[in-house]
Design a protein around this ligand. Structure first.
Ligand code: KIV
Length: 272
């Protein structure tokens, strides 16, 4: 068994910036419920993302678009009840911040008041500048998210690598600079070429956390269900599986079914 022994001090946005300065890599995973968040916080993860990927892995939707603010708040509250050490980031769901900055601020305030999370994450650059600035003005830390931004899947049309062409790469660099300049404390870069991600991470002073963005960034994030091998159907090149819980769970449940059917369970010591 591999046990990581972390510094038990609560992780803050400032600590992540210090970690980047010291060259200490940041570990981040998603969680959506109390039990899993308890485990990954105990294991010493630095950041827990209550991702809108809950729409896919918890609710079975094809995209992240259907999840609502109320549902994200439910997941955020469940995670916050579990966590002692990690910084907790809650994704602002699709449709709650793109319309106008007043609505964006109201959504972010609901997340912060009702979940008690540490900060929010928002997808996009210059086009949502006003919303990010208004949220930051209210004292709510914002993590940016550029590259493959799943809330825009209907515009992209595919989940393939983003910013391979010069024009899109240039826009991403400018958006990354802008997000730092207006005050985002960190940035997620999803599914872009490793060289581009490294260039952005080297230029910015805020931490850059990658998913499918190579090793030259300041930290890594994965969807917990993917890295634990719960979902076997999703196998992008960037995913490393650290367990095969799909088979472990199916075997365990199969054994339970057999024991019930054969009347092996419960035995005398398992009854009153
Ligand atoms: O919702 C999510 O899980 C995310 C990660 C993929 C970064 O935004």
């Amino acid at each position: 068994m591999s046990v990581h022994t972390p510094n038990t001090r609560k992780v803050t946005t400032h600590r992540l910036i210090e970690m980047k300065r010291r060259g200490e890599k940041i570990s981040m995973l998603t969680a959506y419920d109390y039990s899993m968040a308890t485990l990954i916080d105990k294991a010493g993860i630095d950041v827990i993302l209550v991702g809108d990927s809950a729409s896919n892995v918890m609710a079975g939707n094809v995209t992240t678009l259907p999840i609502t603010l109320d549902q994200m708040i439910y997941h955020g509250k469940s995670v916050m009840r579990a966590v002692n050490r990690a910084l907790v980031v809650v994704d602002m769901p699709f449709g709650t911040y793109q319309g106008n900055s007043k609505e964006a601020l109201a959504s972010a305030i609901r997340i912060m008041k009702e979940t008690h999370a540490d900060c929010v994450k928002m997808e996009g650059g210059a086009e949502i500048r006003e919303s990010i600035e208004r949220i930051l003005c209210a004292g709510i830390p914002v993590m940016g998210h550029l590259g493959l931004t799943p809330q825009s899947i209907n515009k992209f049309g595919t989940y393939t690598v983003r910013a391979k062409e010069e024009a899109e790469a240039q826009k991403l660099i400018e958006d990354a600079r802008l997000l730092q300049e207006i005050g985002c404390f960190a940035l997620v870069l999803e599914k872009i070429p490793a060289d581009l991600a490294k260039r952005v991470a080297e230029e910015l002073t805020i931490p850059v956390i990658g998913i499918g963005a190579g090793a030259g960034v300041d930290g890594q994030v994965l969807v917990m269900h993917d890295m634990l091998g719960i979902n076997k159907d999703f196998s992008p090149r960037f995913l490393r599986r650290y367990a095969n819980l799909h088979d472990v769970i199916i075997d365990a449940v199969g054994n339970y079914i057999n024991d019930v059917k054969s009347e092996d369970f419960p035995n005398e010591s398992e009854q009153y």
